[in-house]
Design a protein around this ligand. Structure first.
Ligand SMILES: Cc1ncc(COP(=O)(O)O)c(C=O)c1O
Length: 382
């Protein structure tokens, strides 16, 4: 069988850079006396990469789902508050928001319209009406790759003193993030997509402005206080590692190595290179008269991701045909029924092709031939 062409990087990145694999291997051989130092070194590297000056503000988590669940569960929302979200959310945002709704909070979803995936005028109308406690949106739709206006959303919500949670799962690794400067209250990300680390590691940035009401973890008893006082101090403003679980030190070592790899000057143009490659793939699909492409067609409005369907064919069938040609794509709902509802594809799903950070041009050449070969028997190509 010829080489596998992996085009599911929006799902998870593969293969991982060699330096990442080596860092994970080294971490396995780290002895207990070095664990704390190696944790702190890796944590510092991750903070530096994300522009976080105070490492206490970047909690390491098992992944983006865990970061989002922790953030949403602990955010301080007065009773009767509203939460605003987009129509492009991954299940990892949607599910905890639905739990808030079950607890009596109101969730407003701003539907996409023809000109923007997230209408800021509509957001402002909702903010003006009052009682909004949180705006929780993804930075990019994981199905189409379309980018949402996160900077403007943060600025607007802050004018109304409303907190903002950003799901950065898709953009982390593609777009250099300076989290202190971004000024969102909470930002969640995972390591295993464009960040290039193994599964099992992610982060939650908690700005000082984030209003949290956490059950205090009290891992360590202060020596000069009695247990009674500690019990009385039930709520705290800061999330602790007890709230998310033990950090996977092996994956963390991989993530730290990945931050260096991503910062290499060779990879400075990674997003524009991948966008050009994506445009070549898109051109093949545009020649197929039964292909329907979804999402904003401007490359600069998207991550290097394409969502498409072939009329009268299930997305699973097309993904399987591509797999038989050695092209790995994603077929189905991509864990984002909300996005599919917005696209009108919730009954059929789509096929998603997503290019990786270090994808070679020869991969793209071969993918083009193989996609053509897989789709040709299904209908005329123009
Ligand atoms: C937009 C978005 N949010 C959250 C997640 C969940 O990320 P993780 O796998 O790190 O839990 C994903 C993963 O597909 C995603 O694409």
């Amino acid at each position: 069988m010829s080489k596998t062409i992996y085009l599911n990087h929006a799902g998870t990145s593969w293969p991982k850079p060699r330096v990442v694999v080596e860092a994970v291997e080294r971490a396995f051989n780290t002895t207990p006396d070095q664990w704390l130092e190696s944790f702190e070194r890796s944590h510092t590297s991750v903070c530096q990469y994300f522009g976080v000056a105070n490492s206490e503000q970047l909690l390491l988590t098992p992944g983006c789902t865990s970061s989002l669940a922790t953030a949403i569960a602990n955010v301080e929302l007065p009773s009767g508050s509203r939460v605003v979200t987009s129509g492009w959310e991954h299940h990892a945002v949607h599910a905890p928001l639905m739990k808030l709704q079950d607890r009596g909070y109101h969730v407003d979803t701003i539907a996409a319209n023809a000109t923007t995936p997230f209408d800021l005028n509509e957001l402002e109308d909702i903010l003006k009406a009052g009682k909004v406690g949180l705006v929780a949106i993804t930075a990019a739709c994981n199905v189409t790759g379309e980018l949402l206006p996160i900077n403007d959303t943060i600025a607007l919500a802050h004018r109304y003193d409303v907190m903002v949670l950003i799901d950065a799962a898709q953009i982390a690794g593609w777009i250099d993030l300076d989290l202190d400067a971004l000024d969102a209250d909470l930002v969640a990300f995972g390591g295993h997509k464009a960040m290039q680390s193994p599964w099992g590691i992610g982060g939650l940035y908690v700005n000082d402005s984030a209003r949290l009401r956490c059950i205090s973890s009290q891992c360590e008893l202060p020596t000069n206080r009695n247990t009674e006082t500690v019990r009385g101090n039930l709520f705290s403003k800061r999330l602790e590692y007890c709230d998310v679980g033990s950090v996977d030190q092996f994956s963390l070592a991989g993530l730290a190595a990945a931050t260096e790899w991503l910062s290499d000057s060779d990879r400075q143009l990674r997003l524009s290179v991948a966008r050009r490659q994506t445009e070549r793939l898109r051109a093949v699909l545009e020649r197929q008269d039964r292909a329907v492409l979804y999402g904003n067609q401007h490359a600069n409005s998207r991550l290097p991701t394409i969502a498409f369907e072939i009329t009268n064919q299930s997305s699973g069938t097309i993904a399987e045909l591509l797999k038989q040609q050695g092209v790995i794509a994603s077929g189905g709902l991509q864990c984002s029924p909300q996005s599919h509802r917005s696209l009108g594809t919730d009954q059929r799903g789509v096929v998603r092709l997503s290019v990786g950070v270090a994808q070679s041009d020869s991969d793209i050449d071969q993918a083009i031939e193989r996609i053509d070969a897989a789709l040709k028997p299904l209908g005329r190509t123009a």
